[in-house]
Write a protein that binds this ligand. Sequence first.
Ligand SMILES: Cc1cc2nc3c(=O)[nH]c(=O)nc-3n(C[C@H](O)[C@H](O)[C@H](O)COP(=O)(O)OP(=O)(O)OC[C@H]3O[C@@H](n4cnc5c(N)ncnc54)[C@H](O)[C@@H]3O)c2cc1C
Length: 475
Amino acid sequence: MVATNATVVGSGPNGLAAAITLARSGIDVRVIEGAETIGGGTRTAELTLPGFRHDVCSAIHPLAMASTFFAGVPLTEHGVRWIEPPFAVAHPLDDGSAGHVERSFDATADALGVDAGAYRRLVGHAVDNWQVISDAVMAPLLTIPRNPFTLARFGLPATAPAAPLARRAFKTPRGQALFAGLAAHSIVPLTRPLTASFGVVLAATAHIVGWPFPAEGSDRIATALRSYLVEELGGSVETGRWIDALSAIDTDLALLDVTPRQFLSMSPSGLPTRVERSYRRFRYGPGIFKVDYALDGPVPWTAEECRSAGTVHVGGTLDEITDAEGAVGRGEHPERPFVLVAQQSLFDDTRAPEGKHTLWAYCHVPTGSDVDMTERIDTQIERFAPGFRDLVLDRHVMNSAAVHAHNPNYIGGDISGGSQSGLQSVFRPRLSTDPYSTGIPGVYLCSSSTPPGAGVHGMCGFHAANSALVASVKR
Ligand SMILES: Cc1cc2nc3c(=O)[nH]c(=O)nc-3n(C[C@H](O)[C@H](O)[C@H](O)COP(=O)(O)OP(=O)(O)OC[C@H]3O[C@@H](n4cnc5c(N)ncnc54)[C@H](O)[C@@H]3O)c2cc1C
């Protein structure tokens, strides 16, 4: 029976991508979102004071730019205006210097001085072969790669743990720290295999597609996707309705923008035992602690580079970042956490009243943590921007429990939809030629618990919908 209608549960970027992909194939699609607003990890809200618009979850969007799904959606026509700061990221050190990554590969490498060659060797292959690598990274490992040698040349160094690789490859603390900060986006201790791949791929995205963000807020991505789905493709979106049981869905197809644990709680009848076992074994990663600031002025970074960067990695040296992420991996709270900072209002005056600024910051913490990391995050920022504390007008904080309460997909504050360590970084949520299928005919997972994993790129939803479409024709 060829499917004619579908329900997508959850309106995160992957849920909306799945809905759009299905609707484009002529399927009658409705999206059901439990929260009062759409968007999942792409929401923006006045979390602190009136007129200060904070990205509640995602802020910076290299993965959206690298996504073939997003490339095919008329986001601009539906209200997204991308802003790309001069520098994608800066990484300050105690001596007042900073490493940075900008769009130009050569300028980035040259700014690293004696480490220019090391940067070229580590990141250059991915930059030169971006399409091959991005196709592989953005898809499930289902097929034999078309360019196995190109991939192998990327894969060998990328499978390494980031910390020893950075120590070996770079001579200066600046080069080492810059790479460590990029790799730490994995939320995996930097002594573990595969963490280098996060650093290489993220650096390459900065050169190929940039690290932009949408004017007015990340929620513009969600509203554009909804607008395209509803206005042009005839889909519908309902908010404020939680789906607790799979039996509540009566359409030919059900695509669920949820993680395996949530799926199991929906009493899915007919779930094959081997799939159930895999879902029960699915591992969740550490949580996060987030602070959103309303500021009386821009952050007074000592290093000039930080004032031109959309993202600032605040964590000091390679050793410090390795220690901080290692502590989180052991279930401890680092005294000096690695803090990811985004400063959208420097480049987007819609984010705060005139002369004022927002600041978005979070660090990694053990799963489910209720420890207040505000003081440690403040101290880390103040360390590289003396006078920062005096500018704070208001703060909004979310510990891991609050992050989970905000979005049930963030189990224990895990923002990646499941740990990205080891084989689970590629084979998620289970080892299968169709990782989206639950084994129940017509029922699929489409969240970031599926390949290619975390981030706002919609590719999990896109692949899940295609998998459902192919199977529906075969049935
Ligand atoms: C603090 C933070 C910072 C981040 N920063 C970035 C960043 O800068 N760049 C980036 O690319 N990514 C970032 N991410 C990650 C990114 O937001 C996620 O990877 C992405 O949103 C995952 O999309 P998704 O569609 O799989 O799930 P989600 O975005 O989590 O959406 C799932 C949706 O499903 C709904 N839902 C769940 N269960 C049900 C149910 N039973 N019934 C109805 N509705 C349900 C939820 O309410 C939610 O709206 C960040 C995340 C967080 C939390």
